[in-house]
Design a protein around this ligand. Structure first.
Ligand code: MN
Length: 265
């Protein structure tokens, strides 16, 4: 029996990337002033959108360089929710303290885009995940459940993406029981969605309100939002890398999210 060392594995990884046996897929929404962001109804306070501010551009302030300030809320675009974001874990980890080993793991893609196309308020249920497990095996320890709803196709149109009807956002999410089950009875590290937040648009109407935030963050599971390209991932077999900025004290951060997938060689 041969033994494989970490050095061997890394050598193999760089080789297979070079040879195209693995591809890297970007699951991140580009970050700009046009990126759709959560709009809370009154009386709640909203974050600012992302913007770039030019500081110098090959001029008196910087004759050889161009650079910008960035202005942004934490929860803007593709971003990670850290435990201390929610009242259910107010003394939990900030985004800088989330162990990085939790941010890399097997990707498990559940595709309910047909349901979400029929019903924008579609909620993922425990039975849907048991159905997925019957086909693909148990949800894996340290893995990220990535919830495909087809919502990314609306990402270029803020109104369609937020889908506010009579003051309520109608976007797909996860039921309260499914959020509790995922957080308390499965070993996953995180839950990723295509929508603007990890809860349904009308998640305030559920019990507890915003159950994905409530249960996942309370149990040191993480959320990541506004994912794209989930359709390029197999149901199992990809590896996801979620990379938020280590903002000290931060409740979340814009993140780059990448996946390693089998390539065509
Ligand atoms: Mn968030």
């Amino acid at each position: 029996m041969t033994s494989t060392t970490g050095t061997d594995v890394l050598h193999d990884l760089t080789s297979v990337l070079r040879d195209g046996l693995l591809d890297v897929v970007d699951l991140t929404t580009p970050l700009s002033a046009d990126t759709p962001t959560l709009q809370l109804p009154a009386p709640y306070a909203n974050l600012i959108d992302f913007s770039l501010e030019e500081v110098s551009a090959f001029d008196g302030g910087g004759p050889l360089w161009r650079h910008h300030n960035i202005h942004t809320g934490e929860h803007v675009g593709t971003h990670l929710d850290a435990p201390r974001h929610w009242i259910s874990h107010a003394d939990g980890d900030d985004v800088a303290s989330v162990p990085v080993t939790r941010l890399v793991g097997p990707a498990m893609v559940v595709d309910r885009s047909a349901d979400a196309a029929r019903d924008p308020d579609f909620l993922l249920e425990v039975d849907h995940l048991r159905e997925w497990e019957a086909e693909h095996g148990p949800l894996r320890a340290g893995g990220w459940l990535l919830y495909r709803t087809g919502w990314e196709s609306r990402g270029g149109d803020r109104d369609a993406f937020l889908n506010v009807v009579d003051g309520v956002s109608r976007t797909p999410g996860i039921s309260a029981e499914c959020a509790r089950w995922l957080a308390e009875e499965t070993p996953v590290a995180g839950f990723g969605v295509e929508t603007v937040g990890i809860d349904a648009g009308n998640g305030f109407s559920l019990d507890p309100p915003m159950p994905a935030h409530h249960h996942l963050l309370a149990n040191d599971r993480y959320g990541v939002t506004s994912l794209r390209n989930l359709g390029l991932l197999p149901a199992t077999g990809a590896v996801v890398v979620v990379a938020p900025l280590p903002i000290v004290g931060g409740t979340g951060s814009p993140a780059r999210v990448l996946a390693f997938v089998p390539g065509r060689g």
